[in-house]
Ligand binder design. Structure first.
Ligand code: GDP
Ligand code: K
Ligand code: MG
Length: 276
C-alpha cells in the first residue's frame, strides 16, 4: 500500500529544509505538468509503510492568483493526498495560520508542523499544542527543521494518521450568522444545482463560489443563474459585515486565528531589552 502526503505552507516557512529532513532516498525532481514550477517528491524515511511526500509550491492562500497557488490547490483537490503536512513558521504564527484556515476546508486529514520553534523559544513564547488541536481540529507538532528537532515525532504522527485513516472534524471558523448564510446557500445548491462542482469539498466549494473565484466559475457550463443566487448571498454578507465580501471573509479568518492564538500561546518572559 502506497500512501501520499503533501507538504504545504507559506514561502520561507522552512518547507525545503523540512522536506530534506523527512525524505531519504528516491528523490524525484521535475516540473509540474505544463508549468515551470518545480515539483519535488521523495519517500518519507523511517516508516514501515511506503509513504511518498510531495513538496507543494509555497503559497499564502488558495486563491487562484498565481501559478504556485493554482498548482498547489489543484494538486490538493484532484490528487486527494492521504494527508497534508501544513508547515507553519511558528515565529509568524498568525500570518501562517491564514493558509491553514483554507486548507481546513479541503476535507483532507492534516498535521500542523510548527516550525522555527528554536526562534519561538528564544522569544520566550510557549505554544499549547493540545489547545491548538482542540481549536483547529487536527494535531500539531513543534519542530525545528534546521536543528532537526521534533522530526521523529512528526513522522510517527503522520504514519499513524495515514495508516489509521482517522477522519478529522474541522471546526466552523466563521461567525454563526455567516455559517447560517452558507447553509442556506448550500441547500440551494443541492436543490437547484445538484451537479455543480459535486466532487469538491463542501465548504471549499461554498466559500469559493461566494468569493466568485474565477477559476472555479470557469468550470461551470452556465453560470448566469447561479451567479444571481451568489450575488444575493454576497449582499447579505456585506450587509452583516459592512465590508466587501473578500475583506469580510479574510477578516473572519483572522478573527478566528487571533482568538485561537490568544488562547493557545503565552509569553513566559519579557524581553530583557527591546529595539524601538
Ligand atoms: P521554504 O521557502 O519554505 O522552502 O523555506 P526554506 O526551507 O528555504 O527555509 C527558509 C529559511 O528559514 C532558510 O534560511 C532556512 O535555513 C531557515 N529555517 C528553516 N527551518 C528553520 C528552523 O527550524 N529554525 C530556524 N531558525 N531557521 C529555519
Ligand atoms: K525560500
Ligand atoms: Mg523551498
Amino acid at each position: 500500500m502506497k500512501f501520499k502526503v503533501a507538504l504545504a505552507g507559506n514561502p520561507n516557512a522552512g518547507k525545503t529544509t523540512l522536506f530534506n529532513c523527512l525524505t531519504g532516498s528516491n528523490l524525484y525532481v521535475g516540473n509540474w505538468p505544463g508549468v515551470t514550477v518545480e515539483k519535488k517528491e521523495g519517500e518519507l524515511k523511517n516508516t514501515s509503510e511506503s509513504i511518498s511526500l510531495v513538496d507543494l509550491p509555497g503559497i499564502y492562500s488558495l486563491a487562484p492568483y498565481s501559478m504556485d497557488e493554482i498548482v498547489s490547490r489543484n494538486f490538493l483537490l484532484n490528487e486527494h493526498p492521504d494527508l497534508i503536512i501544513n508547515i507553519i513558521d511558528a515565529s509568524n504564527i498568525e500570518r501562517n495560520l491564514y493558509l491553514t484556515t483554507q486548507l481546513m476546508e479541503l476535507d483532507c486529514p492534516m498535521v500542523g508542523a510548527l516550525n522555527m520553534m528554536d526562534v519561538v523559544a528564544k522569544k520566550g513564547v510557549k505554544i499549547d499544542v493540545d489547545m491548538m488541536e482542540k481549536l483547529f481540529g487536527f494535531p500539531f507538532v513543534e519542530i525545528s527543521a534546521q536543528n532537526e528537532t521534533g522530526i521523529d515525532e512528526l513522522i510517527r504522527l503522520v504514519e499513524k494518521i495515514v495508516v489509521d485513516d482517522k477522519r478529522q472534524a474541522f471546526p466552523k471558523i466563521f461567525p454563526e450568522k455567516i455559517n447560517e448564510m452558507f447553509e442556506v446557500f448550500e441547500s440551494l445548491l443541492k436543490d437547484k444545482y445538484p451537479d455543480v462542482l459535486a466532487d469538491y469539498p463542501r465548504i471549499f466549494r461554498t466559500v469559493k463560489l461566494i468569493e466568485k473565484d474565477e477559476e472555479i466559475l470557469s468550470k461551470l457550463d452556465d453560470p448566469a443563474e447561479l451567479l444571481g443566487d451568489i450575488e444575493k448571498t454576497r449582499e447579505q454578507i456585506e450587509e452583516f459585515s459592512k465590508h466587501d465580501v473578500d475583506s469580510a471573509i479574510a477578516d473572519f479568518r483572522y478573527r478566528f486565528i487571533t482568538d485561537s492564538v490568544n488562547q493557545a500561546t503565552r509569553k513566559t518572559k519579557e524581553n530583557s531589552f527591546q529595539f524601538a
